[in-house]
Design a protein. Structure first.
Lengths: 364, 364
């Protein structure tokens, strides 16, 4: 298989984790005989510095012309006071690619429960995925205005915007444990009432999927008190922003969490959920696993390469089982390694698995 | 001192916890020589049943004519499918009383850290208070509309609405540990940009208070990863709704958390943060402490009876130290008691303290 991938390193540790991802992707190409053509483009704060805008036209063009986009991280205090922020580039890119569905798996890795701020018994086995609407809602709706005396934002949704994201959640749940938790604020918001109506209609098409409605404030509680009760959580943009970030600290391993942002037909956008961490940029301390698992999501969701995706995930899992730890997940036991050493271990295991897989094929 | 108090038992366990509160209030009156005149009125689901509306006119009139309002809890599955919801009465009451400032203390009781879903080391010593804007923002702003094809909500704030709540937070912080965390989403919302501007202006008037700005999604993470870092958190209505509910489970003792909703001049509204818990209504299992600590907040914030408020809080604290536990906070050790027995213990300790205080006054 031959695929074109746009690569946006971005800022801070972005370039380091992107480099890691490309090494692993190279391993996938070698082992499975694929060809991945990558085109690296400037984005975020780096693009503001070079071109005065976080999303230059040619960066966007290359993204649009690719089969998928890999993104490191953007932002940093350097650009906090400027007129344009790196994050605006991210919002613009999502909008331009029309990636309306943001998938964020939250998984507690076996053996790493102790990293969680929660008691181990609470988080053990937690394994769910957020399906967040990403291109509509209050971050984008008009009118927006502000003067010295007042300010207004607007939260609007159309039936189509809601239907497609809810549909995506049910599809995903049907291939998982079969439960959708729809989060809204239907007791006060009109957009939430429409949302709930559409969820009810969609649910009828998936008789094997269980549906649960939950108010956003209650969901914020449940996320802590019983995270194991979720399978697929579907919600609108801002609720998804808040709740998925809340959930991200439950595992205690922010640096290990991937994400995918999918459109209806165009390229998907894959990025770790962690930020650009400018304080550790260049020091070899970045955890590359969030980025590498994002590559796995790309292989699965954009290229339908399930076997390849699973191979990457297995290599990550085995490397963790073998005790390798970057500083963010190091607790004094195991083997403290740099970004580069972690990637080498993962890369090596992927090839080793390949060998044993070949051996198995020969001898069985 | 003579004060008029409107009493709204509401639904579910509301009447039980209100009864508890009144017994303790009676103790305060006896011990300190005050006169509290109470008027009980129907509210919430009970009012829908009796009068077809959750906030009948005469209930509102009595509230408006009182010095403070004590509220139990409203809602329940019985009214979930109806045209009018009990919660609408709550929104209407808050709006009518113009209680724009919602204060919600979050405190981990010494010795009860183990109740938290978080590791004890994470929550130990956590002690902060939410100052949530309660009468503006997206739950109230117009236009709101919905048809089959789309829906719209509006989030608007005026400078005055923001100024007064921010001011309240700084006042409170000045009397506490001197730190305000202002939560917004200033990277994308216009209302948040105005919010941040006003916080900056207000901060200049309080040179001894430290100011920290935090994005709402990051705050949702920090609440779990480092709850001890907060002192006063000030935020707009919906962010406050989500974050304060999230914070409420940190202590593991939802039934013990009070709240106050304050207006500029009129009566304040005091209620526990727990719901109406229809499943345990009438069984004597309700924890009355959230309601009793709300009485303490009333004594402090509406009547400026600081000594009386502290006496109630001390009695609660001592009762917990003595090992008394309602079922929701019982972990197999200590003394499992009913609502009534818990209240009797608190009431008794308040009088006992009174004796020792009197003895002290005589002998010292
Ligand atoms: Mg976020
Ligand atoms: Mg709430």
């Amino acid at each position: 298989m031959k695929k074109k991938i746009a690569v946006l390193p971005g800022d801070g540790i972005g370039p380091e984790v992107i480099k890691s991802a490309l090494q692993v992707l190279d391993g996938v190409a070698t082992r499975f005989g694929h060809e991945f053509e990558t085109a690296e483009k400037v984005f975020g704060g780096a693009a503001i510095d070079q071109k005065g805008t976080p999303l230059p036209d040619d960066t966007l063009e290359v993204c649009k012309g690719s089969d998928a986009v890999l993104l490191g991280a953007v932002g940093g205090p350097k650009w906090d006071k400027g007129n344009v922020r790196p994050e605006q580039g991210l919002l613009a890119l999502r909008k331009a690619l029309n990636v309306y569905a943001n998938l964020r798996p939250v998984q507690v890795f076996p053996g790493l429960e102790h990293l969680s701020p929660l008691k181990s018994c609470r988080v053990k086995g937690a394994d769910f995925v957020f399906v967040r609407e990403l291109t509509g809602g209050i971050y984008f709706s008009e009118p927006k205005k502000r003067d010295r005396k007042s300010a207004v934002d607007t939260l609007s949704y159309t039936r189509e915007e809601i239907s497609r994201i809810v549909e995506k959640a049910y599809e995903l749940a049907a291939g998982r444990r079969g439960k959708v938790t729809s989060v809204d604020k239907a007791n006060v918001l009109e957009t939430s009432k429409l949302w709930r109506e559409i969820v009810e209609e969609t649910a009828k098409k998936y008789p094997n999927v269980q549906t649960e409605h939950m108010l956003v404030d209650f969901a914020a509680m449940r996320m802590i008190s019983d995270p194991g009760s979720f399978d697929v959580i579907v919600t609108e943009n801002m609720f998804g922003d808040i709740l998925s970030d809340e959930a991200s600290v439950l595992t205690g391993s922010l640096g290990m969490m991937p994400s995918a942002s999918l459109s209806e037909r165009g390229p998907g956008l894959y990025e770790p959920i962690h930020g650009s961490a400018p304080d550790i940029a260049g020091s070899g301390k970045a955890n590359p696993i969030g980025m590498i698992l994002s590559v796995a999501m790309m292989l699965r969701h954009s290229f339908q390469l399930e076997k390849e995706a699973a191979a990457v995930e297995l290599a990550v899992f085995e490397t963790l089982q073998a005790g390798y730890r970057t500083q963010d997940i190091y607790d004094g036991t195991g083997n403290l390694v740099s970004t580069k050493e972690m990637v080498d271990q993962i890369h090596f295991r992927m090839l080793e698995d390949s060998t044993s897989a070949t051996l198995l094929e020969v001898y069985v």
